[in-house]
Design a protein around this ligand. Structure first.
Ligand code: FES
Length: 119
C-alpha cells in the first residue's frame, strides 16, 4: 500500500501549498476546462479554504491559471509542492480535495488525473 500522507511544505516557502485551477475558456469550438464548470470548482475551493482559515502566508493559496495543457483530463487543478494533479467533476470532489489534501496532506487517490492524459 502506498503512503499518501504528505509532509509539510519546505521551510522558507511563502505558502505551504498552492492549488492552481485551469480556467481556460476556448471560444474557437474546441473543448476547455471552462466548459466543464472549472470556475465553480475554483470558487468553491477558494471559499472553503477561506472559511476553514487555511488561506494566507504559510498556508494555502488558491490561484487561477490558464491552460495547463492537460485538457483531455479537464477540468483539472494541480497542488504544489507535491505536484499532484486532480480531475474533478462536482462540488463534493472539491470538498474532498480541500478537506483531505489541502487541510490534512492526504492525496485523494480517486481524483488523481491519470498519468497518460495530456492535451
Ligand atoms: S483547457 Fe484546461 S488544461 Fe487545457
Amino acid at each position: 500500500m502506498t503512503d499518501t500522507t504528505l509532509t509539510a511544505a519546505p521551510t522558507g516557502s511563502y505558502y505551504g501549498r498552492h492549488i492552481f485551477f485551469c480556467l481556460n475558456d476556448r471560444t474557437n469550438g474546441e473543448d476547455s476546462c471552462a466548459h466543464h464548470n472549472a470556475q465553480a470548482g475554483f470558487d468553491r475551493c477558494k471559499a472553503l479554504v477561506k472559511q476553514a482559515g487555511l488561506s494566507g502566508p504559510g498556508q494555502v493559496r488558491v490561484n487561477k491559471a490558464g491552460c495547463l495543457d492537460r485538457c483531455a483530463a479537464g477540468p483539472v487543478a494541480v497542488v504544489y509542492p507535491e505536484a499532484v494533479w486532480y480531475s474533478f467533476v462536482d462540488e463534493s470532489d472539491i470538498d474532498e480535495i480541500v478537506e483531505s489534501h489541502l487541510k490534512n496532506g492526504q492525496v485523494v487517490e480517486r481524483l488523481v488525473t491519470p498519468a497518460h492524459l495530456g492535451r
